[in-house]
Write a protein that binds this ligand. Structure first.
Ligand code: NAI
Length: 349
């Protein structure tokens, strides 16, 4: 990373941005000696809220803040950016069909993909968070053909960390070893960031008494591991909404920060490094798990220094394989919807 990193956050007046900004400006992603040139993009109705966020950034007097710009001008926001965090999207409203949600977000992702193509640094790294995140990412990628598809990702780190948190709680309950999520590694989220995602603890390990150990014996609850854990992770977002009356933001922002830190940042977490992996949704081309090409699909990845590679050779249990079919089918259907929306205008994905 250069001494100053140029970062755009779309949806800059939204709730995830509000929790993400401190991570960016306090060196928790790009390191303690990298200054930040931050651009917050939002739309006209959010202009005043955006001004308020900028006032608060100013009042925070961050040591690493080189400059901050709040704008509704897409070209200005994306000019020469090296990192793009796409939070801005059209929210799902009550009674809205998935097709309508995709239709609205295809327009936004097209705009932001074109802005990446026209204005961003050619090596810009992009993380798409706005839902439907995987398909949004595919659309943005399509409209920025001169930026490598390897530079695009969608966020499934929140789901990944939810799985780690639940495993840590279970080990603590069942094994009398008090551990936390930081002591769990090698979880996998496969597929879509939606309720069809496949949380997979088969390869997970817990750090107990100084040694990484297989998770299943420590959980000591096969029924929970096989039947309850997967739906609990799949539905965690809905559980947060039910409790908070707002969607996850604190944890989502933290997940974005960890995703970027492990991918492009100067530091890495205790769960990356030799033989360890995290989950990221990336282009499926050339994957070794039989997932159709041309999807943005969450895989186990090893990432550092701006590169990320799908981890090869993990065994997939019969149960996980069955669940994979549903998430693949959903992503294919989403791609089909996005393609037909785009084809009505110009070309297939
Ligand atoms: P929010 O509704 O608080 O903020 C979204 C912001 O995007 C709003 O300020 C809105 O004005 C802005 N926006 C809308 N259209 C825009 C455009 N064309 N250009 C720029 N900005 C635009 O939402 P929140 O809670 O910050 O969530 C952001 C997105 O992240 C949502 O789509 C949400 O569903 C998704 N999400 C994804 C997660 C993941 O793990 N992938 C986890 C949690 C949320």
């Amino acid at each position: 990373m250069a001494d100053v990193v140029r970062v755009v956050v779309t949806g800059g007046a939204g709730q995830i941005a509000y929790s993400l900004i401190p991570h960016i400006c306090k060196g928790l992603i790009f390191g303690p000696s990298t200054m930040v040139d931050l651009r917050l993009l939002d739309i006209e109705p959010a202009k005043d809220a955006l001004k308020g966020v900028v006032m608060e950034i100013q009042d925070s007097a961050y040591d690493l803040m080189a400059s901050v710009m709040a704008t509704t001008d897409v070209a200005q926001a994306f000019k020469d950016v090296q990192v793009a965090v796409l939070l801005g999207g059209f929210p799902r409203k009550q009674g809205m069909e998935r097709q309508d949600l995709i239709e609205k977000n295809v327009q936004i992702m097209r705009l932001h993909g074109q802005a990446l193509e026209q204005h961003a640094d050619r090596n810009c790294k992009v993380v798409v968070v706005a839902n439907p995140a995987n398909t949004n990412c595919l659309v943005a990628m399509k409209y920025a053909p001169s930026i490598s598809p390897a530079n695009f990702s969608a966020l499934t780190r929140l789901d990944h960390d939810r799985l780690r948190g639940m495993l840590a709680a279970k080990v603590t309950e069942k094994s009398h070893h008090k551990i936390s999520a930081k002591d769990i590694r090698n979880c996998v989220i496969w597929g879509n960031h939606s309720s069809s995602q496949v949380p997979d603890a088969t390869h997970a390990e817990a750090l107990v008494e100084g040694k990484w150990q297989a998770i299943a014996p420590l959980c000591n609850d096969p029924q929970w591991l096989e039947k309850e854990l997967v739906p609990a992770v799949q539905n965690r977002g809905a559980a947060v909404i039910a409790a908070r009356k707002l969607s996850s933001a604190l944890s989502a922002a933290n997940a974005v920060a960890c995703h970027l830190r492990d991918w492009v940042g100067v530091t890495s977490s205790s769960t990356t490094g030799d033989g360890m992996f995290v989950s990221m949704a990336v282009i499926s081309d050339g994957n070794p798990y039989g997932i159709p090409e041309g999807l943005v699909f969450s895989f186990p990845v090893a990432s550092s220094n701006g590169k990320c590679e799908i981890v090869q050779g993990l065994s997939i249990s019969t149960h996980v394989r069955e669940l994979l079919d549903a998430t693949v089918a959903e992503l294919l259907a989403e791609r089909e919807m996005a393609t037909s929306i785009i084809a009505a205008r110009q070309g297939a994905l």
